[in-house]
Design a protein around this ligand. Structure first.
Ligand code: AMP
Length: 504
């Protein structure tokens, strides 16, 4: 039943390798829950293309021992892993399910790291699917190993299972709370403890997690696009620090049992990169429409980094598809307000039949992938004043290669505008950036003119941190993590983080 029959010994250097942003889903009380879980995972495919998995359970009426958890997981896209209906209809039976899409990091394609993880322990069976990255893994892991714990994976997520199993708290529910109060960093989680579905979000709210209804059933998902695909209704976001237990107690109350984690930070720290790049524009994330924020980022960029005025040429603005499309719409709307002839044009074409280039290990391979991914419409570009909008520059590979490609089509001018600030540092909370040594901005000391020369643009403009923050709501406890831009990390990074990543 479990495709992952892997007994590889985990090398030391892989341990505590930061895990990356992922997509998670949980469904409670829907017959054949694995099917809507599958569709929701499909809608969250952008959050992880390396591997996918589902664990399901059939609830009993409490009169017979709870049924066993059923698991199926493997490497690949959702449609590749769940390649035939029998997997959902005959293996993943039940009315409760959790699912996970795993994002890739270089060299981390080990089968034992594919989630959800599932274990047997004294309270029965426990499964977990995690989005985010914990920051105190190494110390916890060392302590647990000293106490005799055997680890099967190199992930931070496994620590949560062991902490739950070893907790001295009185009830299984308290043991889970105990574990979640012990870990630090970023976690949006769905768990199954036997028939109980648990959904939890870390006290800072780094990663998104929303709650929805599908008829009488409940749905938990990373983004609302996972609700839309199954026609579930969005209820609200799960709050930072909130833990929800969906179980038989709901037969009376109708609502999941709500508990809160001990830590109460003054402000939340939502990952602003979810708005810039990671989430889908048709999702509501952190209570706001991603599309709306992305348009605002584009408008703010046009205000802060306008296109140099010149002759009578119309300005042809082109998004790097698809992640920058929405920002480009905002940019053009703002730039054309003052009466200049600024047009949104389609000059870059993306081939959709390959995965994201960023996920490929090794620079050379990535360069090939960028060329495979984009081409230019030469007739649109030739002789034009062209502005390229991208959401971010990470290593600079995409910008360098794209600018090369565009120059082959002979534009009159070539300007580049980025709807986020320069990325100066690694993300310890799960966004998949390389170490500072590979990031183009710190390599150039954050000097935009040097970066411009490196990517060979006529002009280059990034959005400032202040202007970026002006596009998002700051109501109540809302706050944002900007660590990758300014090194301001709201949760202390413990020893499991690479030192060079802390150097700005
Ligand atoms: P690079 O070629 O390394 O500079 O990557 C920049 C491109 O990757 C941009 O066009 C972004 O849309 C995209 N990007 C930004 N952040 C990520 C990420 N965490 N994972 C994958 N792609 C990303």
């Amino acid at each position: 039943m479990n495709r992952v029959l892997n007994t590889r010994i985990v090398p030391e250097e892989e341990i505590d390798k930061p895990q990356s942003n992922c997509g998670i889903v949980g469904i409670y009380g829907h017959p054949g829950a694995s099917t809507p879980t599958y569709y929701s995972l499909h809608a969250l495919q952008h959050r992880g293309q390396e591997a996918s998995g589902i664990v399901s359970c059939q609830r009993t009426n409490g009169d017979v021992p709870g049924s066993r958890l059923r698991i199926f997981k493997g490497p690949g896209l959702v449609t590749e892993v769940f390649s035939n209906q029998q997997i959902l209809n005959e293996i993943l039976l039940g009315d409760v399910a959790i699912g996970h899409n795993r994002y890739s990091t270089t060299g981390s394609d080990n089968l034992e790291n594919i989630q959800p993880f599932m274990v047997n322990y004294r309270d029965g069976q426990l499964a977990v699917a995690h989005n985010g990255n914990l920051t105190n893994t190494r110390s916890l892991r060392a302590r647990l190993q000293e106490e005799g714990t055997i680890f099967q994976t190199s992930t931070d997520t496994e620590v949560i299972l062991h902490l739950t199993a070893r907790s001295a708290a009185a009830t299984p529910e308290d043991r889970i709370m105990d574990a979640l109060n012990t870990v630090r960093g970023a976690f949006s989680l769905v768990m199954l403890h036997g028939e109980t579905l648990i959904a939890a979000r870390d006290p800072h709210g780094f990663r998104p997690l929303c709650l929805g209804r599908l008829g009488d059933a409940w749905v938990v998902a990373s983004e609302t696009c996972a609700l839309d695909i199954i026609q579930a209704e969005y209820v609200r976001d799960i709050e930072p620090g909130e833990v929800l237990f969906f179980d038989r107690r709901m037969d009376v109350s109708g609502e999941p049992v709500q508990r809160w984690l001990d830590l109460k930070p003054e402000k939340y720290h939502h990952c602003i990169f979810e708005y810039i790049y990671f989430s889908r524009p048709d999702s509501k994330v952190f209570g706001e429409n991603v599309d709306k924020i992305r348009r605002r980022l584009g408008k703010a960029l046009a205000e802060e980094r306008p296109i140099p005025a010149g002759d009578e040429h119309p300005v042809f603005v082109m998004a790097v598809p698809d992640s920058s499309n929405t920002a480009a719409v905002g940019f053009v709307r703002r730039a054309s307000k003052d009466g200049t002839d600024t047009r949104l044009e389609i000059g870059l074409i993306r081939n959709h039949y390959i995965g994201r280039t960023f996920i490929q290990p090794g620079q050379e391979k990535r360069e090939v992938k960028v060329r495979m991914k984009f081409n230019t419409v030469k007739g649109v570009i030739e002789g034009r004043k062209v502005v390229i909008i991208d959401d971010s520059i990470v290593r600079g590979t995409t910008s360098r290669l794209l600018i090369n490609l565009i120059r082959e089509a002979n534009p009159a001018e070539l300007h580049v505008r980025i709807s986020s600030p320069p990325i100066m540092s690694h993300c310890p909370y799960g966004m998949d950036f390389p170490s500072s040594a590979e990031l183009i901005a710190p390599q150039n000391g954050g000097d935009v003119e040097k970066i411009r020369q490196e990517v060979d643009a006529d002009t280059l403009g990034y959005l400032s941190i202040e202007k970026m923050l002006s596009t998002v709501s700051h109501e109540g406890k809302r706050g944002y993590c900007t660590g990758c831009f300014n090194g301001d990390y709201p949760v202390p990074i413990e020893e499991n983080m690479r030192k060079e990543d802390l150097e700005l």
